[in-house]
Design a protein around this ligand. Structure first.
Ligand code: 4AD
Ligand code: MG
Length: 429
């Protein structure tokens, strides 16, 4: 019976076959141990001279780290072993003896590891982070699917910008120019008018010219959009969604969070309601802390950390100076200078994970904003249409998948939260 290391608990006392790679070997004379890695876990395989053929016993001196092997043997309970089981080996088939593996147990610099990202993915910590990523995606889909949202894919190739023109990737598109999408939001709005509640989930692109630990040039965004929804209800969805994802991971990624030595006490506190403060109140916090902050500008990474330190769960900052927000944001009817935007800042210095808000729903005002922002109207004509045919109050937000995974895992650098990161200096592997 071929199975995986993760499934071994169902096969105690039985003979099984496992396909994997050599993690390590260790000999103590007439017995040697093969630590096998199969992508689902690690398993100690015990090879006893008296119980196997000579050719199998001699393999110990040949098997290098990451050699590919198929091992057959009997599953035994062994509480001292990783995973609680070990395998009494009967047979080993060798597929390939690996060349000397570049990643060893010693410390390597990050640049070296990133250049070997295609191999580094096999390591325990990277494996754990990407499994958490998988669970965040699963929890996301479950949450929106179970709450009446319909998945609406939006195009990657677009004719317009969404989040300003300075981070656009431009490309030739048959005699005209096109851009890689910065956000699926505008298409999400059109879809919400067709389906009520939708979510867009896909890759997004920004030509981020600065090298920071929070920015990728290619990242994945989850963007719900709701018709008949104002800023307050939008914030309710955001806190419900984020707490659902975090609690799901606490329940389903215990092993991974252990491997990453993540202190989960702070994650356990991530339940609604999240604190909500205005931009003015956030600026006030900075001023009380003696930070030299220029009122009217965006918060920097350090500012976000100071603000988040005042709270034990993610904080939502709403009502921003309109000048620093996108063209599509609705203004606060009580103060035209403010945009009805909301950012969610994760605790522990992990920074902004969500940006969103209520959208301008009046045709003429929206057209005026497009012009004020110096954006070409022609490619946004279809977007303006939405304000002509049954316009309604509507809102939505975008959550950055990688920043969220980084926060849940306690991983300070975003490049480890996506299998193959793209940054200003790196497009390989
Ligand atoms: O705040 P942003 O720019 O908002 C939007 O794109 C809206 N159109 C979303 C919407 O309302 N549907 O980006 C949303 C989130 C950020 O909070 C951050 O988590 C992530 O996307 N993000 C990035 N993540 C990694 N690398 C980058 N360069 C990112 N830029 C934004
Ligand atoms: Mg933002």
């Amino acid at each position: 019976m071929t199975t995986t290391i993760q499934q071994l608990k169902d096969f105690e006392g039985q003979e099984v076959t496992i396909n994997g790679w050599v993690y390590n070997t260790r000999s103590i004379g007439k017995i040697w141990f093969l630590i096998l890695r199969d992508g689902t876990g690690l398993l100690q395989c015990v090879v006893v001279e008296a119980e196997t053929d000579d050719t199998i016993f001699k393999l110990e001196s040949e098997l290098t780290q990451e050699s590919s092997v198929t091992v057959t043997g009997t599953v035994r309970k062994e509480p001292r072993s990783v995973g609680g089981f070990e395998l009494g080996v009967k047979h080993i088939d060798v597929h390939q003896i690996a060349d000397e593996y570049p990643i060893s147990k010693k410390e390597h610099g990050t640049d070296f590891l990133m250049s070997n990202r295609h191999l580094w993915l096999r390591s325990k910590s990277q494996n754990a982070i990407l499994r958490v990523r998988h669970q965040v995606v699963k929890a996301t889909r479950d949450f929106f699917d179970d709450n009446g949202f319909t998945l609406m894919d939006s195009p990657i190739l677009t004719a317009n910008s969404v989040e300003g023109t300075s981070t656009l990737f431009e490309l030739d598109y048959f005699e005209r120019s096109a851009f890689l999408t910065q956000s699926g939001q505008l298409y999400g709005e059109a879809s919400a008018m067709a389906f009520g509640k939708i979510y867009v989930f896909g890759p997004t692109f920004r030509a981020e010219k600065s090298k920071t630990r929070r920015h990728l040039t290619e990242f994945w965004m989850i963007e719900p959009e709701m018709a008949y929804c104002d800023l307050n209800e939008n914030m309710e969805w955001a806190e419900k969604y984020v707490s659902y994802v975090v609690q799901w991971c606490l329940e389903h990624c215990q092993e991974e969070l252990n491997v990453l030595e993540r202190d989960t006490a702070s994650l356990k506190k991530v339940v609604p309601p999240f604190p909500r403060i205005t931009y003015d109140e956030a600026a006030e916090i900075l001023s009380k802390k003696g930070v030299d902050f220029n009122y009217g500008s965006d918060f920097g990474g350090k500012d976000e950390t100071i603000i988040s330190e005042q709270f034990d769960r993610p904080v939502m900052i709403h009502r921003w100076p309109a000048g620093i927000k996108a063209f599509y944001m609705k203004r606060d009817p009580e103060n035209e200078e403010l945009a009805l935007g909301v950012d969610m800042i994760a605790p522990e210095g992990f920074g902004e994970i969500i940006g969103g808000g209520q959208r301008e729903d009046d045709h003429d005002i929206l057209l005026k904003r497009i012009n004020e922002h110096g954006l070409p109207v022609e490619p946004l004509q279809w977007y303006l249409d939405l304000r002509k045919y049954g316009s309604v109050p509507h809102s939505g937000f975008g959550l950055g998948l990688e920043r969220t995974v980084g926060w849940i895992c306690g991983t300070k650098h975003i490049r480890e939260t996506i299998p193959y990161p793209r940054t200003i200096y790196r497009i390989e592997p």
